[in-house]
Design a binder for this molecule. Structure first.
Ligand SMILES: [Zn+2]
Length: 284
């Protein structure tokens, strides 16, 4: 599912900056981009300083088609240079080259980790950044701090020609999706799938099968997708989080998530399985 296949991750930057590099510059979680009629463009420069902005921190990310990629953080309140804009990543999907988008999804998490992990959680002293791996080390107690990832499961439950969709209270009006939830410590992914569906809609599953995974940088999840079939029980909403849930036929779907998400990929997989082909008339 990961789209940045041409990207090779790295931690050790090239010894000198000779050619142009991609600069993923973030102010909070918003990415610095050029606005052009053909779409959004990412700055490609030898040095970030050419833009006249100061980088608070810089992280080497690796190479895309042999071109170095860097993530930098820009001070809050700084105005973008002329012709440029800071944009939220979700709003950027589909308007920026897809390889660059998924590297940006990686970059925003590393910048956020750099910003929020400056001191040791055990002794409170400033951390040193390791040069050989993506980690920070406490100079006092040696504790290592790695970028944070929160694994979450997402599952498409099918029953014959219908799929289970639910509506969370925080969704935009009319939107439904498949069920998802964070994995708890000590739990396998399959156990998380079973528990989450039982907790949220009260039904039992069978045939839980791995589908694929996707990084989800809002803010630092790894979505692990599954399919499953209905086992037993009636839908009952036990969780305050879910305000409605039900079985839907693919000809009669409510509003569903956009194409950026693995939830939509799972729903499109089910639609295709019904011999309908993905419905491109639905919201992108
Ligand atoms: Zn420490």
């Amino acid at each position: 599912m990961i789209r940045n296949g041409k990207f090779i991750s790295g931690v050790v930057p090239p010894p000198e900056r000779s050619g142009p590099a991609w600069w993923f510059a973030f102010q909070e979680n918003r990415l610095l981009l050029y606005e052009e009629s053909s779409g959004l463009k990412l700055p490609c420069l030898v040095d970030f300083g050419e833009l006249g902005l100061t980088a608070l921190s810089e992280h080497y990310l690796g190479r895309l088609d042999n071109r170095p990629c860097y993530a930098v953080e820009v001070t809050e309140g700084t105005n973008p240079p002329a012709g440029m804009t800071f944009e939220g990543l979700r709003q950027v999907y589909g308007r920026l080259d897809e390889d660059l988008f998924w590297i940006a999804a990686r970059a925003v998490q590393i910048v956020d980790w750099g910003r929020t992990h400056q001191f040791c959680g055990r002794c409170g002293v400033p951390l040193n950044t390791k040069t050989t791996e993506r980690a920070k080390e406490c100079p006092q107690c040696g504790l290592l701090h790695f970028p944070r990832l929160a694994p979450a499961i997402i599952v498409l439950v099918e029953q014959g020609d219908k799929l289970l969709l639910a509506r969370s209270r925080h969704f935009i009006p009319g939107m439904y999706s498949i069920l998802a939830g964070f994995v708890e410590p000590g739990e396998s992914l399959e156990e998380a799938v079973r528990r989450e569906v039982k907790e949220e809609v009260g039904i039992e599953l069978k045939d839980i099968t791995y589908f694929g995974s996707q990084p989800w940088p809002f803010p630092h999840s790894l979505m692990v997708g599954f399919t499953a079939t209905y086992g037993s029980g009636e839908i009952s909403l036990n969780d305050d989080e879910i305000e409605n849930a039900g079985w839907f036929e693919v000809d009669n779907l409510p509003r569903i998530p956009g194409k950026i998400s693995i939830s939509r990929k799972l729903i499109d997989w089910f639609i295709e399985k019904q011999g309908k082909g993905p419905d491109n008339t639905l919201e992108k």
